[in-house]
Design a protein around this ligand. Structure first.
Ligand SMILES: Nc1ncnc2c1ncn2[C@@H]1O[C@H](COP(=O)(O)OP(=O)(O)O)[C@@H](O)[C@H]1O
Ligand SMILES: [Mg+2]
Length: 603
């Protein structure tokens, strides 16, 4: 299910998908029913047309020699009028049907797209780390338009064609005997069989064209995304050649595709011509025998013409329906994925002080590699627990466990004595604020990105958060101020600026528990001091978990734990750890030495 390949049109289609769509139709039962009634009405109107033509022809033919010309004109004129009415009714009923049913498909599309979106946000982090965003969004897009297509064509194309075929075959059978009924039936069956066979054979060419299309597309996009790299290595012509190679494949695939379409259309035309000729021959014989009138001859012709119009589109519809079903199935597959982290008997978290306790926590992302190996600690309200350790020792993982992006394999995490597994993820995450290691921003303005911390906050509160995060000067220097667009994922801001936007956002959220994951690591020491002041202000009354790279930033922490490969190797206050002369002390001296060197250089 995860990281699945894109759907291919040669997968077996699952007609069960249709069943899953029924609930979406039942929301508008009356509408669907009405649309069906108008559909039948439209079809009845069209089926009546050939009869009217027959009547007119017959009357015109037999009555010309009569003495009273006014009388012989009257009957055909009435028929002409009815003909006009029926023709209009046919179009009108069709339009009403479309209008009625349009609402049904639009609502179904909205429901499903919304459902998938909500579901995606319920899935755990692990799913999202493994997904390919482009793939998922294409799955949704294709699935949703597949649903609209399928519903539309089921109601507007397949069903009418079937109704029409049944009506016409029935009429021919009853009116003119089995030779006509049977000939029509044979014509239809051979037409459909031929179309299905050839369409299946063509699928290979279609797929080839699709693959070549995606390949050339992703090549072009990848190359443009890496614009700078292409320039750095002056590989423009190399890129152009690779792109052209893909385009050439696309060109060839399209040629084959076109030739196969020629075979399909040609074959269909042949079948239609043979059947028409056979029917006309039968009709001519009938007229010569005196079994049929000239009007009957015209009627048969009109019916055959009418029949092959819906059949003509059936080949196309057949292929599209198969593709749609595969796409819809793909979409429903997303809905079938279950989140690994679930709310079970979830109650709301009630915060008293905001004490956080980890009890013998063990965790692994994959069964074959344990990341956290039995970690316990406790932080109380107003205190700061600092976590230090080499990169990869599992510091950020502790944060992900606290946020319950993953459940620990052993041990319990408690907030004010409540196991976070038993409280709703919503209420848990509402209580924790984070300034993450890598801040990513929405492609929006600075202002809106900060307001995201509490979308209902007043402008004054946002402004205050900006000041508290020391963003005033930076924003004042921007031509567009706080209305500056930050670019995709916030790429137009520097690391430190992004970090401060994240701090302002968290200040606005005002949670009782705060997490800073290397929040100042991408800052120079001057802005670091400013941030630390800001953090100090915010952190006064909250429970704080600070992951730090530079030890100078956590000297005043109530408690420091030193992690090494998922284990706590040292624990205590700064002074305790310096006195213990262990890893922490070594690291401290090394960093002190380094900063002395730095200040010597800058002096
Ligand atoms: N989603 C993941 N799947 C598998 N391994 C992961 C995942 N996230 C992190 N890791 C691994 O877990 C280890 C600890 O990562 P992390 O907690 O981010 O370290 P740090 O202490 O630098 O914050 C690293 O070796 C990392 O490669
Ligand atoms: Mg980290």
């Amino acid at each position: 299910m995860r990281g699945q390949p894109p759907p291919e049109s040669n997968q077996p289609e699952n007609w069960g998908v249709l069943k899953k769509l029924i609930p979406y139709l039942s929301e508008y039962k009356a509408r669907v029913l009405l649309a069906l009634i108008f559909l039948v009405g439209a079809k009845l109107a069209t089926t009546g047309l050939p009869f009217l033509i027959k009547g007119m022809v017959d009357q015109l033919g037999t009555n010309t020699n009569q003495t009273n010309p006014e009388k012989w004109l009257l009957a055909p004129v009435a028929l002409v009028l009815v003909y006009g009415v029926l023709r209009f009714a046919n179009v009108l009923f069709g339009e009403i049907r479309d209008t009625l049913f349009g609402r049904v498909t639009e609502r179904a599309m909205r429901r499903i797209a919304h459902q998938v979106f909500v579901h995606l946000h319920q899935l755990d982090l692990d799913y999202h780390l493994n997904r390919k965003t482009g793939g998922v969004s294409r799955d949704i897009e294709r699935g949703v338009s597949g649903i609209s297509f399928l519903l539309r064509f089921m109601v507007f194309s397949i069903l009418p064609a079937l109704i029409e075929i049944l009506l016409v075959v029935g009429i021919l059978l009853f009116q003119y005997g089995w030779t006509f009924g049977l000939t029509t039936l044979i014509a239809i069956i051979s037409y459909i069989t031929f179309s299905v066979k050839i369409t299946n054979w063509r699928k290979a060419f279609l797929r080839e064209a699709n693959t070549a299309d995606s390949a050339s597309n992703s090549r072009a996009i990848d190359s443009l995304l890496n614009y700078e790299t292409v320039k750095y290595y002056t590989n423009e012509s190399y890129e152009a050649d690779r792109y052209d190679a893909n385009l050439k494949q696309l060109e060839q695939a399209k040629r084959k595709n076109r030739l196969s379409l020629f075979a399909l259309n040609g074959g269909q035309a042949l079948i239609i011509s043979i059947s028409m000729t056979a029917m006309m021959l039968l009709a001519v014989l009938g007229v010569q025998n005196g079994d049929m009138s000239v009007g009957d001859f015209v009627l048969v012709n009109a019916f055959m013409m009418q029949l092959f119009i819906p059949l003509g589109s059936l080949g196309f519809v057949y292929r599209e329906i198969k593709t749609s079903m595969i796409n819809i199935e793909q979409l429903f597959n997303i809905l079938d994925i279950e989140a690994k982290v679930k709310d079970n008997n979830a109650e709301k978290l009630t915060i008293k002080q905001g004490d956080v306790e980890f009890k013998q926590i063990e965790f692994s992302y994959r069964p074959d590699r344990t990341i956290i190996k039995g970690i316990s600690f406790k932080v109380s309200a107003g205190q700061t627990l600092a976590v230090v350790g080499a990169s990869g020792s599992g510091k950020s993982t502790l944060v992900k466990l606290l946020f319950r992006f993953y459940d620990p394999t052993a041990g319990v995490i408690q907030i004010d004595g409540q196991n976070i597994k038993q409280i709703s993820q919503q209420s848990l995450r509402k209580a924790i604020g984070i300034v993450p290691q890598d801040t990513v921003l929405f492609n929006d303005t600075i202002w809106e990105n900060i307001r995201y911390g509490s979308p209902k906050a007043s402008d004054a509160a946002v402004q205050q958060a900006i000041s508290m995060a020391y963003l005033d000067d930076f924003i004042a220097a921007l031509p567009d101020g706080a209305n500056t667009q930050v670019g995709e994922r916030g790429l137009k801001l520097s690391g430190g600026e992004k970090q401060r936007v994240a701090i302002a956002r968290t200040i606005l959220k005002k949670p009782p528990i705060m997490v800073f994951d290397e929040a100042t690591s991408s800052l120079d020491s001057k802005s670091e001091q400013m941030i630390l002041k800001a953090i100090g202000e915010v952190a006064k009354n909250t429970t704080n978990l600070v992951i730090a790279h530079r030890l100078s930033t956590i000297v005043h922490a109530s408690q420091i734990i030193v992690l090494e490969q998922g284990r706590i190797i040292e624990q205590g206050s700064h002074n305790d750890l310096i006195l213990a002369q262990g890893n922490y002390a070594k690291l401290w001296h090394a960093q002190q030495h380094e900063s002395k060197l730095k200040s010597n250089i800058s002096n």
